[in-house]
Design a protein around this ligand. Sequence first.
Ligand code: 5GP
Length: 189
Amino acid sequence: MNEEKYLFVVSGPSGTGKDTVVHTLLEQHPELHKTISATTRARRGEEQDGREYHFLTVPQFEECIAQDGLVEHANYCGNYYGTLKSEVEPFMQSGTPVIMVIEVQGAGNIKRIYPGATTVFILPPNMEELERRLRSRGTDTEEAIQNRLRRAETEIALSADYDECVINDSVERCADAIYAIIEEKLKQQ
Ligand code: 5GP
């Protein structure tokens, strides 16, 4: 069995709405498994440990790296983010489609480790809309917003390396487009 075909990586700039899109996708298709990443960044708003992320200290995260417990990890805006092997390998092996929502560096690493994985980039309708969405969250400082906007431009430039690009002009349409990509891939031998 080609296990790698069950692996789907979704990226998109911060504020592009990818978490909402993936949430809708999972509501409509509960058979999909979304990985819960480990991170050293501070919790935002209502986030809970073990639900949005496994929130770790820097020494805990570095211990995970030392123990070879991560499939990939990256530094994003000064914090560690990484995907635990236990969130990926058992699901791929049992033929459960796995969705990883990770940034571009991690996506590139996954594609190198698992060339059969499918990478999908979610684009905002335009940069003005991206900035509006980032500001409307009301959870980040001005410095963090500017940092994420600069990072977004770099990330969008890398979207050409992805297998598929979808525009988030409507959450439902975008979730449907991603599911169509998954269905198509799962049909392959
Ligand atoms: P946020 O702080 O907004 O939750 O996430 C910042 C960025 O880190 C997002 O682009 C998110 O997709 C990415 N990210 C989340 N988990 C992981 C992970 O396990 N690995 C990598 N490489 N990036 C991740």
